[in-house]
Design a protein around this ligand. Structure first.
Ligand code: SF4
Length: 301
């Protein structure tokens, strides 16, 4: 079993050369070196989109919500790195102010071209999420084991890569936590979302050997969604991960990544490379089934 543990962030963006080569559409797909929860979810949503993103490496710039989420994560990572009695909301405000200049100057945030009102509302969104932590817990009481923990492990036949926002010990054992700054899912979709943290719990067990008790998604300012990390729950998440891994490898073997059209095509950055998706977006727009503000609708005009 290959296991590495580090605290580095996600992989860097693809080089411009990779994107240019990819746009010729001649890049052969090969088995990826890792599968992360986000990559597995994208493959499940649409195999063609997965190929365009991870094989052809076409740009998929993060939106404002995702970028704001990175700043929220950074501030909470630093906050939980403080001694417990320093984990106050005033300290979080100081940390946010310290992080803001570098965040604002990053190319992705600069590309948003926010005006003064846009900056104000962006900062408000970030602060609402950070302050929302105190609606769910008192961070002074968290017994932190690790934050932003990158785990590179083999889960069965799958080379798994995950970055755990937070691992802590609670009264009854280890708890794996992932912060979310978006809206919580409806109850019908909550179990799908929990697969991510169940897989993180499995990865923690593979890397560290200890068992976990619970895994949870903290929807900042809203609610916590939790699951006990029983063998049954973990096995279920691992089974779904393996199904996706096997399906992905079948696509690689056949060099075929079928489009999976649906409502999400309107938010796909790759409609220009996908005739079926373009048709679906037009159909939905003509039928009034999608907001005219959806990115792909706006691009198609
Ligand atoms: S437009 Fe739709 S079908 Fe095409 S790649 Fe994007 S999500 Fe998939």
């Amino acid at each position: 079993m290959t296991v590495t543990v580090s605290t580095t962030g996600p992989s860097p963006a693809p080089s411009p050369e990779a994107a240019i080569t990819a746009e010729s559409g001649t890049v052969p797909a090969s088995t990826p070196s890792h599968l992360s929860p986000s990559s597995a979810t994208l493959f499940e949503q649409c195999p063609r989109r997965w190929r365009l993103r991870y094989v052809d490496r076409l740009p998929d710039p993060p939106g404002e919500a995702a970028l704001a989420g990175t700043l929220v994560h950074r501030v909470l990572e630093r906050l939980l790195g403080e001694e417990p009695d320093l984990r106050t909301i005033d300290r979080a405000r100081v940390l946010a102010a310290e992080e803001w200049p570098m965040h604002q100057e990053s190319p992705e945030v600069a590309a948003l071209a926010l005006d003064a009102e846009g900056v104000r509302s962006y900062k408000w969104r970030v602060w609402q999420a950070i302050a929302g932590l105190w609606q769910l817990e008192d961070p002074a009481g968290v017994d932190v084991v690790a934050t932003e923990c990158r785990l590179d492990v083999r889960l069965g036949s799958v080379p798994f890569l995950g970055v755990l926002d937070r691992v802590e010990t609670a009264g009854d054992g280890v708890v794996v936590t992932d912060y979310k700054s978006g809206k919580p899912p409806s109850p019908a979709y909550a179990s799908d979302k929990l697969d991510q943290v169940l897989l993180y719990a499995a990865a923690w067990h593979a890397a560290e050997g200890g068992n976990t008790r619970r895994a949870r998604l903290l929807y900042l300012g809203a609610r916590s969604i939790e699951v006990e990390t029983t063998d049954e729950a973990i096995d279920g998440a691992l089974g779904r991960l393996h199904q996706r891994w096997d399906a992905l490898n079948t696509c690689v073997s056949n060099q075929e990544f079928a489009p999976r059209i649906g409502p999400l095509c309107a938010w796909c950055p790759y409609t220009e490379h996908c005739p079926e998706g373009r048709r679906e977006v037009r159909r939905r727009a003509d039928a009034g089934l999608v907001s005219l503000d959806a990115p792909a609708v706006r691009r198609l005009g």
